[in-house]
Design a protein around this ligand. Structure first.
Ligand code: NAD
Length: 240
């Protein structure tokens, strides 16, 4: 039986590239999305990948959504926690809601999805969780205390959960992308983006499939000895 993978926020940007690559590699993919029905339908028409709507920041919705995927496609073997948002602003201008929303979706979403799927993976003796962090969770970024804290939290979450899965064939890893050419980055004002690209040693933004390739590797059998690690894919922007 083919392995079943859920990709949160899996219908656009990095998530879309991951969904498509995992499908090409023979996995059965469920692409989760937050709300845009039309875009989700267009994605299914384009890729043949089924979509499932729920908000990853909503604990109950995650449990129900994962149950629905398992009923339709089979037990969930792989979770890619990709869904994420930004609500940028310097601390003095950042509202408590902006803080909470980013924590609830970016970090809380990882917890919610793990609660829904991790026990089953451990029972079946095989699983892969890949959490999408960020270079800005590693290095910090002006105007992003919420985002940097949530992404940094993902890296800690990954190392802690990896220890709970290791004996049971379940690996938990993170990817820390640098700046990748998606809708999220096109929201950055052009002069700011120009400055950012100027600091990337390879001299360009990353492309979504370059992140997807890393995810696919961490999901493979060959990556069974890698757990609790963070793979930085950032064009040399931040090295440690
Ligand atoms: P994007 O905005 O194009 O895509 C994000 C996806 O997450 C969208 O499909 C969106 O609908 C979904 N999403 C948002 N909130 C959700 C929710 N509550 N429930 C379900 N889905 C939800 O962004 P992207 O650039 O493709 O980013 C994907 C991931 O990579 C994010 O976690 C982001 O933080 C991370 N990342 C991106 C970059 C970059 O430069 N693009 C860099 C580092 C990390």
């Amino acid at each position: 039986m083919t392995k079943v993978a859920i990709v949160t926020g899996g219908t656009r940007g990095i998530g879309e590239a991951v969904s498509v690559m995992l499908k090409e590699l023979g996995f059965t993919v469920a692409a989760n999305y937050a709300g845009n029905e039309e875009r989700a339908q267009a994605f299914t028409d384009r890729t043949g990948i089924q979509t499932f709507r729920w908000n990853v920041g909503d604990h109950e919705a995650c449990l129900d959504g994962c149950n629905e995927v398992a009923e339709k496609l089979g037990p969930i073997d792989i979770v890619i926690n990709n869904a994420g948002i930004t609500r940028d602003g310097i601390l003095s201008k950042m509202s408590f809601d902006d803080w909470n929303e980013v924590m609830r979706i970016n970090l809380g979403g990882c917890f919610n999805m793990a609660k829904a799927t991790f026990a089953g993976m451990r029972e079946r003796g095989w699983g892969r969780i890949v959490n999408i962090g960020s270079v800005n969770g590693q290095a910090g970024q002006y105007g992003q205390v919420n985002y940097a804290a949530a992404k940094s939290g993902i890296h800690g979450f990954t190392k802690a959960l990896a220890q709970e899965g290791a004996k049971y064939g379940v690996t938990v890893n993170a990817i820390a992308p640098g700046y990748v050419d998606t809708d999220m980055v096109s929201a950055v004002p052009a002069p700011v983006l120009e400055k950012i690209v100027g600091k990337i040693p390879v001299g360009r933004l990353g492309q979504a499939p370059e992140i997807a390739r890393g995810v696919a590797f961490l999901c493979s059998e060959e990556a069974a000895f890698i757990t609790g690690s963070t793979l930085s894919i950032n064009g040399g922007q931040h090295m440690y």
